[in-house]
Design a protein around this ligand. Structure first.
Ligand code: C2O
Ligand code: CU
Ligand code: CU
Length: 489
């Protein structure tokens, strides 16, 4: 199916206009849609746009969308009329061209989260601003050896990121591998959350939401509340799970089942790992295999304590933790019918060992301290979110790195809540957590730094030069300045 038609684009121009184009997925809506946004609706996936002959050229139009959600006619935002936006599927060596069209009333831009591509010019340049009514053509050239994995795209216009992402502006990017495991089917599960007010408009974040990081009242999988995924006994599925939530940590369990973990964020592990639980900080992705056994199991997100601001802010902040929600059912996995023959198990030893920087020559060591504290004024609006004592300034470079070198960064969090640390362009290898050396090769592009904790990472600044950013992926914190500029030259 092709990207949005002009006719549909026009329809979406008016808020609340009924969407009348059939087809699509996720929250791509029609009056006669068979998908219910209420619990138990069918599982759908966003449209997939694949590269052909090394090229994927897409047009992504950010616009208001009107969809029934949570018993209301909701007015949210989407790319090409759909929430999530289309899934972009490419391979190493491909060129990804995205024309971003801004039909919002405010500035925006587009970041390709996790991709190892140039941050300059019309590459993955977060300093670009696309004004209302304007468009911008991005071009990303993936190297032939780009790590396969599950990535995603979202706006990155400083100050508006949390509002725009929570409103529905996100989509998945998949970089396929050559030797994908044989599966009965592959699914993408893009998880998001949002809160609507009584009229179906997006609820405005309160000062408390901005301080703790907002968690939406509705948690959706591909735009649906508790969809049902069906399979036959014996089938093996591959699930790519993306946490696009602004601040919600997903601690996922699939009742009565184990996952075979293929990887988190980028690349694949040398061999799949059996796990009961997946912890995805905001921005993280998981790539897992699930083998279907007869019965019904809930995909749950269980409570994760990500700290609080209690004790720092006076009575207003003492109402509890940042992560308010307890146990949530995100989706239901129903397995019934005639048993299927499972595809052969994925090879366990065929993959090359991933690059390991633990023995690399380290050219520089740095400390980055993510802190929350009172600004010069009083009251919650005056909270400051800083890295090494500074809030983000696009004109200031905080960190200069020599291209081609390996650095070790100690990420410190003296604050009473977790901060998921994200670096653009160059992935991080976790080498030490809470003072203990990591005993496996762990690559991430979002690394959680627990409250009052610290993590050491190593980064190889190869491939590209230019200015980019690192920041807390609790996007409310990023918008309030917990972000720094890095220049690799
Ligand atoms: Cu997912 Cu700088 O972003
Ligand atoms: Cu990113
Ligand atoms: Cu943070």
């Amino acid at each position: 199916m092709r990207a949005i038609s002009r006719r549909r684009a026009l329809l979406l121009g008016g808020l609340g206009a009924a969407a009348t184009v059939a087809g699509g997925a996720g929250l791509w809506w029609t009056a006669t849609s068979r998908f219910s946004p209420e619990a138990g609706g069918g599982f759908t996936e966003p449209e997939v746009l694949r590269s052909i002959d090394g090229q994927l050229k897409v047009r992504l139009e950010a616009s208001p969308v009107s969809v029934p959600l949570g018993g209301l006619q909701a007015t949210i935002l989407g790319y090409n009329g759909s929430v999530p936006g289309p899934t972009l599927r490419v391979r190493g060596g491909d060129t990804l061209q995205i024309e971003l069209v801004n039909n919002l009333g405010v500035p925006t831009n587009l970041h390709v989260h996790g991709l190892h591509v140039s941050p300059q010019g019309n590459g993955d340049n977060v300093f670009v601003t696309v004004r209302p009514g304007q468009s911008f053509s991005y071009e990303h050239r993936l190297s032939a050896d780009h790590p396969p994995g599950t990535y995603w795209y979202h706006p990155h216009h400083h100050g508006m990121v949390a509002d725009q992402v929570s409103a529905g502006l996100f989509g998945a990017i998949i970089v396929d591998e050559e030797d994908a495991p044989a599966v009965s089917r592959e699914r993408i599960l893009v998880i998001s959350d949002l809160t609507l007010d009584g009229t179906g408009a997006l609820a405005e974040a309160t000062p408390m939401d901005r301080m703790l990081g907002r968690e939406g009242q509705l948690v959706l999988v591909n735009g649906h509340s508790n969809p049902e995924l069906s399979a036959r006994p014996g089938e093996r599925e591959r699930w790519r799970i993306v946490n696009t939530c602004v601040a919600r940590y997903l601690r996922l369990r699939l009742e009565g089942k184990q996952w075979e973990l293929l990887g988190i964020d980028l690349a694949r592990l040398p061999a799949p790992q059996m796990v009961d639980e997946l912890l995805l900080a905001p921005g993280n992705r998981a790539d897992v295999l699930v083998t279907a056994g007869e019965g019904v199991s809930a995909l749950r997100s269980t409570y994760y304590n990500r700290g609080s601001m209690a004790g720092m802010m006076g009575p207003a902040a003492r109402r509890g933790d940042a992560g308010g929600a307890g146990d949530l059912v995100l989706a239901t996995f129903s397995v019934s019918g005639n048993p299927a023959t499972a595809p052969p198990a994925p090879p366990t030893s065929a993959r090359p060992a991933p690059e390991d920087l633990r023995t690399a020559v380290v050219a520089a060591r740095r400390q980055l301290t993510l802190a929350t504290g009172m600004g010069r004024g009083m009251g919650m609006g005056m909270m400051e979110f800083t890295i090494n004592g500074r809030t983000f300034d696009p004109d200031r470079t905080n960190t200069v790195v020599a291209a081609g070198t390996v650095e070790e960064w100690t990420l410190l969090n003296p604050s009473p809540m977790d901060h998921p640390f994200h670096l653009h362009v160059w992935p991080m290898q976790v080498v030490e957590e809470a003072g203990t050396a990591t005993d496996s090769v762990t690559w991430r592009d979002v690394v959680n730094i627990p409250a009052n904790g610290q993590v050491k990472v190593r980064v190889s600044f190869t491939g590209f030069t230019g200015r980019s950013v690192y920041h807390c992926h609790i996007l409310d914190h990023e918008d309030q300045g917990m972000m720094g500029v890095i220049d690799v030259r």
